[in-house]
Ligand binder design. Structure first.
Ligand SMILES: NC(=O)c1ccc[n+]([C@@H]2O[C@H](COP(=O)([O-])OP(=O)(O)OC[C@H]3O[C@@H](n4cnc5c(N)ncnc54)[C@H](OP(=O)(O)O)[C@@H]3O)[C@@H](O)[C@H]2O)c1
Length: 274
């Protein structure tokens, strides 16, 4: 599978398996079936309470650890350096691994949060080699600018909500300018794609599914990865087969006309979005 690499240690297969909100045996089963199908990128987080279930799959599978990209994240109430470090250690233990491929700040902090101190702690993990790459999630443009241009953090990836019904062009432009990968979460718009007739039309034209159209639209974009969550092996396979879809300019023009303001993930601790 095509991967996104950059100078800051990233090696990110374009399609990954999202694991939230799966727990326990369901999560372990889903990770194992995805690895069997050929997925080599698993997305988890301390806050998902499923790192141990992912760790169980990593230690059971025949696929060598070094062939699997694992992303995990630290929650926004643990961004003070000692807490961030402790969360990282807990994640490694639960995942039964001695490194992660990408370690992200899950959400920006609140109040008098010290961005520089958190980024320094993140960078120290990167420099130790135990986080092969580091990044952030849910950062709006102003915070990305501050982190990358002002504070010079060696960020390799940004994970944000991105799908056919949500525009992220300013963040995409910024990421491309700085060789930062953009991972699209909720790439299937949390299974609400059936709202969009244009997707059905494109899918019908190519003899594929609307979910595959939506995923391929993301995967065709330079520097963009996607992490659909799928519990069943059938949906996992279907998502992997999105790579076979060939979208043309007419399809992309139809997708460009969809509403682009459908943000689905915005908890009360979210930052002010762009
Ligand atoms: N950084 C963050 O703050 C953040 C926030 C949200 C999510 N995420 C990550 O992104 C991942 C994905 O996002 P998401 O779970 O919000 O939304 P999503 O991947 O857009 O949608 C998941 C939904 O789509 C269904 N689905 C998957 N493949 C399908 C297929 N081929 N046909 C029909 N239905 C299909 C799933 O059902 P089945 O499971 O039944 O297949 C599930 O109900 C999460 O698991 C998590 O790892 C990160």
């Amino acid at each position: 599978m095509e991967t996104i690499s950059n100078a800051h240690g990233l090696n990110l297969p374009k399609l990954g398996l999202g694991t939230w909100p799966m727990l326990d045996a369901e999560c372990t089963r889903a990770v194992l079936s995805a690895l069997e199908l050929g997925y080599r990128h698993i997305d988890t987080a301390a806050a998902y309470n499923n790192e141990a279930a992912v760790g169980e799959a990593l230690s059971t599978t025949d696929v060598p650890r070094e062939h699997i990209h694992v992303t995990t994240k630290v929650w926004w109430d643990k961004l003070e350096p000692a807490a961030l470090q402790a969360s990282f250690e807990d994640s490694l233990k639960a995942l039964r691994t001695d490194y992660v491929d990408l370690f992200l700040i899950h959400w920006p902090g609140r109040g008098d949060w010290n961005l520089q101190a958190s980024l320094d702690a993140l960078t120290a993990l990167y420099e130790s080699g135990r986080a092969k790459a580091i990044g952030v999630a849910n950062f709006p443009l102003a915070l990305m600018r501050q982190a990358v241009e002002e504070l010079k953090a060696p960020l390799a990836a940004l994970q944000v909500e991105y799908h056919v019904a949500l525009d992220q062009q300013p963040l995409l432009d910024f990421c491309r300018q700085h060789q930062i990968a953009l991972t699209a979460y909720s790439p299937l718009a949390r299974n609400r794609l059936s709202d969009y007739q244009a997707l059905q039309q494109i899918a019908h034209k190519h003899g594929v599914l609307p979910t595959q159209v939506a995923l391929k639209w993301l995967l065709d974009q330079e520097g963009v990865a996607a992490i659909p969550k799928a519990a069943s092996i059938n949906n996992q396979r279907s998502n992997l087969e999105a790579f076979k879809v060939r979208l043309d300019d007419e399809d992309r023009a139809l997708i460009a006309q969809l509403p682009k303001d459908q943000r689905l993930v915005s908890p009360d601790f979210a930052p002010k979005w762009d």
